[in-house]
Write a protein that binds this ligand. Structure first.
Ligand SMILES: [Zn+2]
Ligand SMILES: [Zn+2]
Ligand SMILES: [Zn+2]
Length: 746
């Protein structure tokens, strides 16, 4: 080895890196780089990130810094690099030192990463000592967030602590030239986790049409051969899940392309190390049973993301498996072996478990692409707990999020830490999951919230939880303001925007249920400038489960009290009619979700739903392409612009009665809603001169409406901002709550 220059002509610097710099092979990278550049010094992980000191020829030190900046390890994300000059100390060696904990400091925890190509080669190569081993991983891939109990990210702080490494694994772990140097979950068949049963048996049972409960990375899946209609039907029946689409896992990209249309952006999303479920257009040559995703033109498909998944397909006669969350109806996904046996034994014919504990439960994430960009629908495995940069420091806060599709948000410095998908906070099990995840993220990121944000809806469990926290200042945030603020935050917008927040349900400041809202919003405040005309919604939750109630409300509003709705027996309709007349157990709503429900019911598509937004989704799915017709509507001036769809409802009811084809009615209805959005934004621009529009709310998961609105708004000279990193649905509003509360918290 070359000798270093004499101390007098040396330069020494200290580098501190923040971001995702642990568990991604950064220390061996620095070690090998220092050796290559003939530098002395050390590198270590601290609870704040990564610290290195290097000393040597000044040009070599410059080259070292430049390489870190321009060519860091592939999974690393450098958020901040601080370089300070030090006195040269002498010394000839470069070493990796023990990790240190710095008080109050934290390093970002990496999300779980799908199996890398090198590891795939290891467990598929017969001569490799990891051949066929389902827990193969390295510094570039494998479990992270799901196994980390505390920081710094070292093996004793993970659920791998239970598996002492064998000599061969330890040698890899200790050698900075190895791909598995300090790979905390490093394991092999000698020393690592093991399956409860042979993989051949799992493959044989799946091929025979059995339903398996399979322990994965963030929880259990229920799996069966997707081409076996009887198995899929049995799974539906046993899981008590009537129509909601099942997620699929395909052997490889070719298997996906055989059943779906896959764009370049879709392909990137499918192959990303996040390995989310990607929502894809079904291809013409679909050979899957209809029961997988009834009445849906799309399929949700992911590729294998652990060696176990890959190996399930190796040599198997099937190429596509149903891989739905291992849970009962709306409970959280099951993570422990004991829980699985207890809760899933009525669903699964057989269990494939293993002995590596899952510390943090995470569901599969769901994304779809729009305009070439991946957009998150459910943000969970592969994304959490990656933080979002707020661009400014804000006080430490907790935003408790909504009721449905709950996520919560913590803030620290300029990071927003959005939890993984928690689920619908409607039962005790989900609330416990919320509390466990909150405790864990507070610990990992060393957050002690000084204020709490919550949704104004008094009955949300998340609201009750927030209000029950003693001693902290609390900020109630209006639901749709939070939607728009989330969209602003993820797009880095300041100032004021026009916010179009369309969804099913959000508590309004007037006690009505809002959901078709036009706001002028900034972080600190919003003004409601327009909304869909109120209709009376009868029967609380029943009105959401039974779209015919919204249909009757719209028909009465349009045609008067004598309006008839043929879709349900008159004795049932009569009860609702009287409720609407007397106002008993009714609430006014501007919900766009209920408008879609009403149209779906009026045209005879569906009078009751089995899952949230089912009627609206089916209405979208039947829409005819290339139909540019539309229905009349009015926008009434007043203190607020009121979008009045009664003229459209009148025409739709007549066309439906005359037997007009539903695909045509649906297409024209979508065109009409988009046009109403564009026209109302034009009016608000006339008053405010604002030209930036944020679109948020679950309704914008409707791709047809989204596409029409975006195109039309741009054609009208608006600059349009959408979600990509957080969901447009209620899974994104915790971020909005946090940035709004940050305006007030001290
Ligand atoms: Zn790997
Ligand atoms: Zn080993
Ligand atoms: Zn919402």
């Amino acid at each position: 080895m070359e000798t270093l220059p004499p101390a007098t002509s040396r330069r020494r610097i200290r580098i501190r890196l923040r971001g995702i710099v642990q568990g991604v092979g950064f220390r061996p990278f620095v070690y090998n780089l220092a050796l290559k550049l003939n530098l002395a010094g050390y590198v270590l992980n601290s609870s704040a990130g990564l610290v290195a000191e290097v000393e040597g020829h000044p040009a070599a030190v410059d080259a070292f810094v430049a390489t870190l900046r321009e060519d860091p390890p592939p999974l690393a994300w450098i958020q901040k690099m601080e370089v300070s000059e030090l006195e040269a100390e002498g010394g000839e060696t470069f070493v990796i030192r023990e990790s240190v904990a710095e008080t109050g400091e934290f390093a970002l925890v990496s999300p779980d990463v799908a199996t890398c190509d090198d590891c795939f080669r290891d467990f598929t190569t017969a001569a490799n000592r990891r051949f066929g081993y389902p827990f193969t991983n390295c510094t570039n891939c494998g479990p992270r967030y799901t196994i980390i109990r505390d920081i710094p990210y070292d093996r004793p702080n993970t659920t791998m602590a239970a598996f002492p490494m064998c000599a061969a694994c330890q040698a890899e772990y200790d050698d900075p030239r190895e791909r598995r140097f300090h790979a905390q979950p490093n394991a092999c068949p000698e020393c690592g986790p093991a399956l409860s049963a042979p993989l051949e048996e799992a493959r044989r049972r799946l091929a025979a049409g059995e339903i398996l409960a399979i322990k994965g990375l963030g929880g259990f899946h229920l799996a069966c051969d997707a081409r076996n209609g009887a198995a899929v039907g049995r799974l539906r029946e046993r899981k008590r899940r009537s129509d909601k689409p099942f997620a699929l896992m395909a052997r490889d990209l070719a298997a996906v392309e055989a059943i779906c249309a896959v764009s370049d952006a879709d392909r990137r999303a499918l192959l990303s190390p996040r390995r989310a479920i990607v929502i894809l257009q079904r291809g013409a040559a679909g050979t899957l049973p209809n029961a997988i995703a009834p009445a849906n033109r799309t399929l949700g498909i992911m590729l294998p993301y652990t060696p176990l998944h890959h190996l399930l397909f190796t040599g198997a006669p099937y190429s596509i498996l149903v891989m739905t969350s291992g849970n009962l109806s709306e409970e959280p996904i099951v993570v422990s072996n004991a829980d699985a046996r207890e809760r899933l034994s009525g669903v699964a014919d057989w269990f494939l478990t293993h002995d590596r504990d899952i510390y943090m439960r995470t569901d599969d994430s769901v994304v779809r692409t729009f305009e070439g960009t991946e957009r998150v629908i459910r943000r969970s495995r592969g994304f959490a707990p990656q933080t979002m940069d707020l661009g400014r420091r804000i006080p430490e806060l907790l935003a408790c999020g909504p009721e449905l599709k709950n996520t919560f948000c913590l803030t620290k410095g300029q990071h927003a830490i959005l939890s993984q998908h928690i689920g619908d906070l409607e039962n005790y099990e989900t609330l416990v999951f919320f509390e466990e995840t909150l405790a864990n993220l507070k610990k990992l990121f060393r957050v002690e919230p000084r204020a709490v944000a919550y949704d104004l809806h008094p009955l949300y469990l998340s609201t009750k939880y927030a209000l029950g926290l003693g001693g902290l200042p609390k900020f109630g945030v209006q639901h749709h303001h939070a939607h728009i603020a989330a969209c602003m935050a993820e797009n880095g917008l300041g100032g004021e925007v026009i916010g179009v927040a369309f969804d099913g349900t959000g508590y309004g400041t007037d006690g009505a249920i809002w959901g078709g809202e036009f706001l002028v919003a900034r972080y600190s405040a919003f003004e409601r400038r327009g909304h869909l005309r109120y209709v009376p919604l009868a029967g609380g939750d029943a009105a959401v489960r039974e779209p015919w109630r919204a249909a009757l409300a719209y028909l009465i509003d349009t045609f008067g009290a004598a309006a008839q709705f043929e879709g349900v027996p008159e004795n049932r309709a009569g009860v609702v009619r009287r409720m609407i007349e007397t106002g008993v157990n009714t609430v006014p709503t501007s919900s766009c979700g209920r408008l879609f429900d009403a149209v779906a019911a009026i045209i005879g598509l569906r009078t009751a739903v089995n899952f949230e937004a089912q009627a609206a989704i089916e209405l979208e799915m039947i829409a005819e392409d290339g139909n540019s017709g539309r229905y009349p509507f009015e926008i009434e001036a007043g203190p607020l612009w009121q979008v009045d769809f009664r003229p459209a409802i009148a025409r739709i009811a007549r066309e439906a009665a005359e037997g007009a084809p539903r695909p045509s009615i649906s297409a024209k209805f979508h065109n009409t809603v988009a046009e109403a959005i564009i026209e109302t934004c034009r009016r608000i621009r006339g008053e405010t001169k604002l030209t930036r529009v944020c679109l948020s709310g679950g309704t914008f998961q409707n791709m047809r409406l989204l596409g029409l609105a975006v195109t039309g708004l741009r054609a009208s000279g608006f600059e349009v901002f959408l979600h990509a990193k957080v969901p447009p649905n209620d899974g994104g509003i915790a971020l909005g709550q946090a940035v709004i509360a940050a305006e007030f918290a001290r």
